[in-house]
Design a protein around this ligand. Structure first.
Ligand code: ARG
Length: 559
């Protein structure tokens, strides 16, 4: 709000000059280069020409108009410049009032966001954490700003691995075992297939044949595939529930593949498909490798399915932006996708963005278990929950519902630990550091919120007692300025599709509050001072909780 104020001041100033002198000028309120010159500087030179006055006289005219705005503490004229300092009192009131009404955009856009999108018949791995929490936080932030959001989970449910799985199941599996422990059993079957196929390569042909039949609608195979898919979804939904994440739509690679005749004929009509060694490809401009759209055996590829899917999404949602929250490894792939869309003259191509993310590392390498396999997200969450449980036991053993609390703190710790990193960067995973109640952690922010609430619970306040003159001190005014930055931070998250700015902001706000509280007595004798401070605290709490909600972190009452 404070940043925007300069714009409003310029507009008011120019209007006023037009009213009084009948001339149109474009004076601009700027941020002074030197902090000592106050909050705004206005060069009055455009007035000199228009009114034929000296710089000094022009600046004096500007200064008297500013005076009439009743929002400045001091106004001074220096040569052709006017410098002014805001009245902290006036400003604090407008900032704190403005926090009650979220700023919505005037022209909302539609954002389709493809995020999480795991591959079925596998556990939910920690590698999919980033896309899941970044995509979900972005969707919340965009919708907070008033945009329309369609959250899409595009399931990886297509590919020869399903032929392998069906072969393994029909030869070695039994349905009871699958039903009682679906994911582990399916993974076991898949691993066994790969082992046996090492000595019997004909198994791979068999799997390919099964997959082809599955694709062309073999009933028996389809029933199995559907059942496997349902188990995966149950499993994923459990994970999403733990993370507090939800979707508006599930889409499917298999579905997209079945419908892909449409996009293939579009490509053909535009003359973009070229035969190449039996396959059909789209040639792209230098330096990009061509996009293979149809394999030599006629099967679709990942890009064929995404092409079909995006036209379908555009028909359904008329999105302005289609965001793909997917890892850095697929950077070239999404460039190719966009290049193909450009060649097709797709009307929505400009709004297609790859919101890429880095890796989670352990000792500098992609995080993995001891034997080199992928780490399950469940294992990470459970460890984090038990660390949070231990911290609670150490700090506040008499609390009620410690297990539930540990879950809320442990899961939020993992979410925050991810979101505080700029999405494009890799980060080193340190679960001990992430779950601590102090430092750059989620629990630290939750703890700050709890602390504020416990102060507020000790004493009710009356808003009518709030005296805005008390915001004149640096320590009070700094808190107001920090609260004021919230909406700007939201804008920055949106313009860079990067929720880390909000995560970092919440850390700074928490630190600022904690040092404020260390030096200011809040529950003091003087009722006016006390109620003013309690009111400020309630606003800090509101902003922290708003931020936690947007990041899909839990709010707790005690910890
Ligand atoms: N299933 C893919 C993976 O796990 C991600 C899919 C991303 N979305 C998309 N429309 N390509 O790598």
């Amino acid at each position: 709000m404070i940043e925007e104020l300069k714009n409003q001041i310029s507009i008011k100033l120019n209007n006023e000059i037009k009213n009084i002198y009948g001339v149109e000028v474009e004076l601009k309120a700027e941020t002074p280069k030197n902090k000592e010159n106050g909050d705004v500087a206005i060069p009055a030179f455009p007035l000199c020409k228009a009114l034929k006055k000296s710089p000094q006289e022009s600046a004096s005219l500007v200064s008297s108009i500013l005076d009439g705005l009743n929002m400045f503490e001091t106004i001074s004229v220096l040569g052709g410049y006017v410098n002014a300092t805001y009245s902290r009192e006036v400003l604090s009131k407008s900032v704190l009032d403005s926090l009650d009404e979220p700023k919505k955009v005037d022209n909302p856009k539609t954002y389709a966001i493809d995020f999480s999108s795991p591959n079925i018949a596998k556990p939910f791995f920690v590698g999919h954490l980033r896309t899941t929490v970044i995509g979900y936080a972005l969707s919340n932030i965009l919708s907070y700003r008033g945009h329309k959001v369609v959250r899409i989970n595009h399931l990886g449910d297509f590919g020869t691995q399903f032929g392998k799985l069906i072969y393994a199941f029909t030869n070695w599996g039994n349905i009871e075992e699958v039903r009682s422990n679906p994911i582990d059993t399916l993974v076991g079957l898949y691993v066994r297939f790969n082992q046996e196929a090492k000595n019997k390569p004909e198994l791979d042909d068999e799997a390919r044949r099964i997959f082809k039949e599955l694709e062309s609608g073999n009933e028996e195979y389809r029933t199995l595939w559907k059942e496997f898919k349902e188990y995966s979804l149950n499993e994923f939904n459990r994970v999403y529930k733990n993370l507090g994440v939800s979707f508006d739509v599930y889409s499917s690679e298999a579905e997209a593949s079945r419908k892909s005749a449409r996009v293939i004929s579009m490509l053909r009509e535009k003359g973009l498909l070229v035969k190449d060694d039996g396959a059909e490809i789209v040639r792209l401009k230098e330096p990009y490798p061509p996009a293979i759209v149809i394999r030599s055996d006629g099967a679709t590829l990942y890009i064929t399915r995404d092409l079909e899917e995006i036209f379908d999404r555009y028909d359904k949602y008329h999105f302005d932006y289609m965001l793909y929250c997917v890892g850095n490894e697929q950077k070239l792939y999404f460039t190719q996708l966009k290049e193909v869309l450009k060649l097709m003259n797709a009307p929505f191509e400009e709004g297609v963005k790859h919101v890429n993310n880095g890796l989670i590392l352990k000792d500098g390498k992609k995080m993995a278990t001891r034997d080199g396999s992928a780490v399950k997200l469940d294992d990470v969450l459970n460890e984090s929950i038990s660390l949070a449980r231990a911290h609670i036991e150490e700090k506040n053993p008499s609390l009620e519902n410690k297990d539930e609390l540990a879950k809320k703190i442990g899961v939020s710790a993992i979410i925050f630990n991810d979101l505080k990193n700029y999405r494009e960067n890799d980060y080193e995973f340190d679960i001990d550091a992430a779950t601590r109640f102090e430092g750059q952690t989620g629990p630290y922010i939750q703890y700050t919120d709890v602390r504020i609430k416990s102060i507020l619970n000790q004493c009710a306040y009356n808003k009518d007692n709030v005296d805005y003159k008390l915001f004149n001190t640096d320590s009070m005014y700094d808190m107001v300025k920090a609260l004021d930055a919230f909406e700007d931070v939201i804008d920055k998250c949106i313009s860079e599709y990067a929720p880390n700015y909000l995560a970092k902001y919440l850390l700074n706000l928490s630190t600022l509050f904690n040092s404020f509280y260390a030096k200011e007595k809040v529950l003091c004798e003087n009722i006016i001072e006390r109620d003013t401070k309690l009111y400020l605290l309630s606003k800090i709490k509101d902003v922290i909780e708003k931020g936690l909600n947007l990041l899909s972190m839990s709010i707790v009452d005690k910890m």
